[in-house]
Design a protein around this ligand. Structure first.
Ligand SMILES: Nc1ncnc2c1ncn2[C@@H]1O[C@H](COP(=O)(O)OP(=O)(O)OP(=O)(O)O)[C@@H](O)[C@H]1O
Ligand SMILES: [Mg+2]
Length: 411
């Protein structure tokens, strides 16, 4: 399965797996997908490795059956809750006589970006180039072969909490799957959803899941912010349960039945019969009682997202806001609320990968597409494979390559 790429998305509420393969024209072909609910994660953190690994195993098995391949290793996402992406710039002088930039020069630069000091409970997961600058000329994706005297690199250094990284890797390994690499959600979130023009113009992608909301902001085709708020669709259900004194499952049922986030859109404000929290009696509530609660939480989540964008990367986002994830996107009126908060155009994400028809597979399919794209571009580095990978193209992992480059440099 050398050219098969597998993406596993460990979400708060479910694990989804997508198996893809690059075809002869270099396009990604989805071979199989599988999903399984997951109870091993609370507030975006793995609290039960056994439960998580059994969900992984089941989701992978379903995808394997469809794809008719055996999965031995996969890429896995790591949510913005557990990673920090730090922008870091560094440079090197081109020392050779003909002043031609070699792969070796690029690797040296990458390694030096990967040696920034970080806190003891963290580790560097990845170093992703944003751009290279040769003698002041910026916007260069691959400087190898160019002539110059000074090579500058503008990198995203991805730093993960050691405990979260270990729990993810343990859960995957317990499921019998080796980890090819951990990918911060921000790098892949848009792959399956956004158009290149949107990323170029500037776009805010808001993925509201069950327990988290991932905000990824792109401008000039690059990721400029990826942050996570520990609030998601499950909080909406919880609010309903507390405000209207209903059981959690009754609240979830009501939320999915009306799929509404805006009281102004209620057509018939009828009374509905629901189970009380005590489950000992039925009572009537008005539809508007429930939708008011949902509206308040959805508005709050969008406001938190806007504050985050304003604080970290203020500016204009011509392509507007794109809503993804199942936590809010399926609710009617969500687009209007987002528009009220952001005052720019809003749309709901539609997967644009063949055979991916629903939002729950977008994160996993995004990983597959992202890795396929890096392979196609023959990217110098990106993903640091944690355990040894079986993929020929990654035989030389980032760290191995970088270390050998550094050794040659210093010794
Ligand atoms: N049809 C629906 N209508 C309304 N809400 C829904 C619907 N289907 C799922 N949800 C809600 O979507 C949320 C789960 O979304 P999603 O599958 O995107 O999360 P996740 O990827 O598991 O979690 P996270 O991204 O936070 O780690 C839950 O809160 C669930 O109640
Ligand atoms: Mg998710």
């Amino acid at each position: 399965m050398s050219d098969v790429i597998v993406g596993v998305d460990i979400g708060t509420t479910k694990v989804s797996t997508v198996i893809g393969k690059t075809n002869s024209t270099g396009e990604i072909e989805i071979l199989g997908k599988g999903i399984e609910s997951c109870s091993g994660i609370k507030k975006g953190i793995i609290v039960d490795i056994d439960a998580t690994s059994s969900s992984i195993q089941s989701a992978v098995k379903k995808a394997e059956a469809q794809a008719e391949v055996k999965v031995v290793s996969a890429y896995v996402n790591i949510s913005g809750l557990h990673v920090d992406i730090i922008n870091h710039k560094t440079y090197t002088n081109i020392m050779n006589d003909n002043k031609e930039i070699s792969r070796h020069d690029v690797e040296k630069l990458l390694y030096s970006a990967g040696t920034i000091s970080i806190s003891e409970d963290s580790e560097i997961i990845d170093v992703v180039p944003r751009q290279f600058i040769v003698d002041g000329y910026d916007g260069i994706n691959d400087p190898v072969g160019m002539k110059g005297t000074k090579l500058e690199g503008d990198f995203d250094v991805v730093i993960g909490k050691i405990i979260s990284v270990r729990n993810i890797v343990r859960s995957m390994e317990k499921a019998g799957i080796r980890v090819d690499g951990l990918i911060a959600e921000g790098f892949t979130a848009g792959e399956c959803i956004l158009l290149p023009d949107e990323k170029d113009m500037g776009v805010i992608l808001i993925d509201v899941g069950g327990g988290t909301t991932e905000v990824s902001v792109y401008k000039e085709e690059k990721l400029v912010m990826n942050k996570c708020i520990p609030v998601g669709g499950d909080h909406i259900t919880n609010d309903l349960s507390i405000a209207l004194k209903m059981t959690y499952s009754e609240s979830e049922k009501i939320k999915r039945q009306f799929q509404l986030a805006l009281t102004a859109l209620i057509k018939n404000d009828q009374e509905i019969s629901v189970s009380d929290l005590s489950e000992s009696f039925k009572k009537n509530i008005k539809v508007s009682d429930a939708i008011e609660v949902i509206e308040a939480r959805v508005y709050e989540i969008f406001s938190l997202c806007r504050e985050m964008v304003n604080a970290n990367c203020p500016g204009s986002y011509g392509a507007g806001v794109v809503l993804s994830g199942n936590g809010i996107a399926p609710l009617d009126g969500a687009m209007q609320l987002a528009y009220d908060v952001f005052d720019i155009p809003v749309r709901v994400a539609v997967p644009k990968v063949k055979n991916i028809n629903t939002l729950e597979y977008c994160t996993a399919a995004g990983m597959v597409k992202y890795i396929a794209r890096l392979d196609k571009e023959g990217s110098t580095i990106s993903i640091k494979s944690l355990p040894k990978t079986n993929r020929k193209t990654r035989d030389k992992t980032f760290l191995k390559k970088a270390l050998s480059a550094l050794k040659e440099f210093f010794y």
